[in-house]
Design a protein around this ligand. Structure first.
Ligand code: ATP
Ligand code: MG
Length: 446
């Protein structure tokens, strides 16, 4: 992948990092693999008198022969100066201020070099750290060397410049990429305390890249996993999608469980998984199907993922409520409320996914009732396909009494209209709830 490395000899003043510069003819990052828009941003910043580099996942991925997901730029220009150079840009973030430069559907993220918080006098608008060491605001600016050691892993701290097409490596990132190692920069405990999400990123990259988590980087994770509970639920929702809905869900889920990282994100699901193998199988099969769908470029939705993850908690909660003498349908409605509200403390569930998730669950109760016009009506329901898939999933995970129902629905979708009618008629009438007679209003009532 990479030929020989050059170690250059620009020891940086006052810092402990050693900089390696890898010239163009000694690495595999070709301009052809880089988005034109990203190159435009680099050039414009340079023309404005600033330093500019591509950094992070894009350089790591190109070195590994993968297609980068997006391109991130690092610069010594402040966010406001970047904003001034690009009309098509906007400032975003408070915790970590940066600029998005928009080119049609592509966004190039431009971040200003960050420095350690101890390197600047404390100021409320730039730096804020919690009692546990978590960085709440990360807007202390610095040099490229300082920026490199503020990044999470060595493989993510490689800087590519389009000035001479060289790569600058301050933390032995190239060596670690060659050895397929995920290594946190600095002291792992401190770095996880600053931002516990780095633990999730470690397992995510391990699964995505087939890398090992280096021993010292892995060592504190199990103990520090519960600190993920302090992270805002909205950030956690985004992370969950990157973990479980990005193509390597099965492997990531296994690593999360292994390192104790799943429990703080989904405590109620964790209880269900521990109590019954069925739920473990349900989640694993759903993730396997999701990975496969992504491989085939088919759409996937967080509604289905969350419906699966929270199915165990929903069943437990529904049973508890029914045990208090509440009828099945209102019990289910109440249980849905409780489960969603409890989970929202850990990961938000945006309404646009919460509603379809509810419908997938509610339709599970309606799919067995197929008499008369019901089957045809269900087929027209916008969530029918997802609910049907969910039922197949439950069956595959081991709900054996669902097999006949699944086969019936599979056939019903395949056959012609007139055969559907015959199928509807053959369905044995389910248990009917006795109809309540309408009481006639006595004559003379207003
Ligand atoms: P991908 O985009 O493929 O998921 P990435 O490494 O590019 O991977 P991003 O979330 O896009 O991940 O972040 C871009 C870069 O910002 C990272 O490569 C890393 O250098 C830095 N970074 C991101 N999150 C953190 C963090 N929590 N702590 C320190 N540095 C981070
Ligand atoms: Mg990225």
């Amino acid at each position: 992948m990479l030929k020989r490395l050059f170690r250059t000899l620009r020891p940086t003043s006052g810092s402990t990092t050693t900089q390696m510069v890898i010239p163009r003819d000694h690495h595999t990052v070709s301009r052809k693999r880089i988005s034109d828009n990203a190159l435009k941003v680099l050039r414009r910043l340079r023309e404005g008198g600033f330093e500019s580099y591509l950094v992070g996942g894009c350089i790591r991925d190109i070195l590994l022969g993968h297609h980068p997901k997006d391109f991130d730029v690092a610069t010594n220009a402040t966010p406001e100066q970047v904003r001034g150079l690009f009309r098509n840009s906007r400032l975003i973030g408070r915790r970590f201020k940066l600029v998005h430069v928009q080119f049609g559907r592509e966004i190039i993220e431009v971040a200003t070099f960050r420095a350690d918080h101890s390197s600047a006098p404390p100021r409320k608008d730039t730096s804020k750290v919690s009692d546990s060491g978590r960085i709440l605001r990360d807007n202390v600016y610095g040099t490229i060397e300082q920026d490199a050691i503020r990044r999470d892993f060595t493989m993510n701290a490689l800087y590519y410049t389009s000035e001479d097409f060289s790569i600058h490596d301050f933390t032995q990132g190239v060596r670690d990429i060659k050895q397929k190692k995920i290594r946190l920069i600095g002291d792992p405990v401190t770095r996880y305390q600053e931002d516990p999400v780095r633990m999730l990123r470690a397992v995510r990259f391990a699964a995505k890249l087939d890398f090992d988590i280096e021993k010292k980087t892995a060592a504190p994770i199990r103990k520090l996993a519960p600190t993920l509970g302090d992270i805002p639920a909205a950030r956690m929702f985004d992370e969950v999608l990157k973990l479980l809905q990005a193509g390597r869900g099965v492997k990531t889920f296994a690593l999360m469980q292994d390192y104790g990282l799943f429990q703080p994100l989904f405590p109620a699901t964790h209880v269900a998984l521990e109590s019954d193998d069925f739920y473990q199988r349900l989640v694993e099969i759903a993730l396997r199907n999701t990975d496969e769908r992504l491989r085939q470029h088919k759409p996937v939705t967080p509604a289905f993922l969350f419906a699966t993850l929270l199915w165990g908690p929903l069943q437990a909660c529904r049973k508890d409520i029914e045990a208090q003498g509440i009828a099945p349908i209102p019990a289910l409605q109440q249980a849905i409320q409780v489960v969603i509200s409890n989970q929202s403390n850990h990961t938000t569930i945006p309404k646009r996914f919460g509603f379809p998730m509810r419908e997938i669950w509610e339709l599970q109760g309606r799919l067995p009732r197929r008499q008369g016009k019901r089957a045809a009506q269900l087929l027209e329901h916008p969530r029918f396909r997802a609910a049907y898939d969910f039922m197949l999933l439950r069956c595959e995970a081991g709900e054996s009494d669902l097999q006949e129902l699944c086969d019936w629905w599979t056939d019903y979708q395949k056959v012609e209209e007139h055969d559907r009618k015959a199928m509807e008629q053959k369905v044995a009438p389910g248990k009917r709830r006795p109809r309540r007679r309408r009481r006639r209003k006595p004559a003379g009532d207003a």
